[in-house]
Design a protein around this ligand. Structure first.
Ligand code: F3S
Length: 420
């Protein structure tokens, strides 16, 4: 990889050992990706200190050492400078307000999480604690190169906004945050943003449930290729695009999709389609198969847990849940948890929406989710969710049965204990 004179000086330690460590990460990463150079980025997302499988085995409560060793691959305690580009962390394993109530965490354990967050804040990192920073004001512009982690956010900003990022890990996101650089490879290059697969959608996709199922089928069908979808009669809204991308990035490695007239880089199919693109059809049989696969572990209709908000719910989704609850009480045998960014929970509190939802017995939670935090209500045997991504992950992670159902059916199940 060719480095500029300034980049060589950074790698040599002219700007401190932490920057040199970050450059080592980026050069190794760039060489693996066959990048020829590093390019400047406009933002970084993912400088987390705690993650689902990272919080326990690290064996250290010292955030400086955690960041040095696990984000910059350097044993010891580096003097880490502030972020060079606008940066945020993402979702973590703990709801910092309700960890005691729903995760059975002690105040001392929560305080350790707070300590790591305070350290990140000192580096200039926005503590958004969500997988959907783009819903709460942290989002790139069309064409900007960025370095983001979290597959559902990556596919959203690549496709819907037209920003450019690969799916980063905590090390490459941290190194990018400190240097403002990332390897020019993968989806930063025009040639990798063209569609390899043309999908003709013949099944009707009238609602968010259908978009989840379509995305889930798509991930298996195209794996890590770039799909173009045609034939969709109803224009998807932002929630549907969020759910669709998250599903496709769960069953497959979809980081970018194109829909003519909807996504950012695709005014027409000709603009993005490769001449040798494979042709696939999504019909009624594929739709049914995707829904069946998402219900593969389910052996009945009774549920004891309902999860909504994967990816984290938008404000409109909170409103929808409140309307579906319509002032009624959740069954005493069921826990209804709705996950949303902390900033939206605050707004919901201010506007009375939080009280309207929680008067039912439901809880609105933030900062985490069951799959990332690895927790469900005690005694859960079968849960229902309106998210293909959560239905995909949670049975495997927590050993519970999963039911994938429309939002209205999930809320009905929370009220009665039984899916319609
Ligand atoms: Fe977000 Fe957790 Fe779903 S990270 S996308 S709510 S699995």
């Amino acid at each position: 990889m060719q480095l500029t004179a300034r980049q060589r000086a950074m790698a040599a330690g002219d700007e401190g050992e932490a920057i040199a460590a970050a450059m080592r990460v980026l050069v190794q990463y760039g060489e693996i990706m066959a990048a020829e150079r590093l390019i400047e980025i406009s933002s970084a997302a993912g400088a987390n200190l705690y993650g689902p499988r990272h919080s326990r085995p690290l064996g250290s409560d010292d955030p400086v050492r955690l960041f040095s060793e696990y984000s910059l691959n350097s044993p010891g305690r580096l003097d880490v400078p502030p972020a060079r580009v606008p940066s945020c962390q993402l979702i973590g394993p703990v709801d910092r307000i309700r960890a005691g109530e729903v995760q059975n965490m002690t105040p001392a354990a929560v305080a350790k999480v707070e300590e790591s967050q305070t350290y990140l804040e000192g580096l200039g990192v926005s503590l958004l604690s969500t997988c959907t920073p783009y819903q709460v004001g942290f989002l790139p512009e069309y064409g900007q190169h960025v370095a983001w982690m979290e597959s559902s956010a990556v596919v959203f900003i690549n496709s819907v906004i037209g920003a450019r990022t690969n799916t980063e890990g905590r090390e490459s996101a941290a190194a990018a945050m400190l240097t403002g650089l990332t390897p020019e490879a993968g989806l930063h290059l025009d040639e990798h943003r063209r569609a390899d697969v043309r999908v003709r959608v013949e099944a009707p996709i009238p609602d968010t449930f259908g978009w989840n199922a379509l995305g889930y089928w798509l991930g298996y069908a195209v794996e890590d290729r770039v799909p173009l979808l045609e034939g969709i009669a109803t224009r998807p809204d932002l929630v549907q695009l969020k759910q669709f991308g998250a599903a496709a990035a769960s069953s497959g490695d979809v980081e970018l999709f194109h829909i003519p007239g909807v996504t950012a880089e695709c005014a027409s199919p000709e603009q993005v389609l490769r001449a040798d693109a494979e042709e696939l059809v999504f019909g009624a049989a594929e739709l049914d198969a995707a829904i069946a696969r998402l219900n593969a572990t389910r052996t009945g209709d009774e549920v004891d847990f309902v999860m909504i908000g994967c990816p984290h719910a938008s404000y409109d989704q909170l409103r929808e849940v409140a309307a579906l609850l319509d002032g009624r009480r959740v069954s005493p045998d069921v826990a209804l948890w709705i996950f949303t960014p902390g900033a939206l929970r605050e707004r919901a509190r201010d506007e009375g929406l939080l009280a309207a939802i929680e008067a039912s017995g439901a809880l609105v939670l933030s900062d985490t989710c069951p799959a990332i935090g690895q927790f469900v209500p005690p005694g859960t045997r079968r849960f229902a969710t309106d998210s293909a991504k959560q239905a995909h992950y949670l049975p495997a992670i927590m050993g519970v049965e999963g039911a994938f159902a429309p939002t209205a059916d999930c809320v009905a199940a929370a009220l009665s204990g039984r899916l319609p």
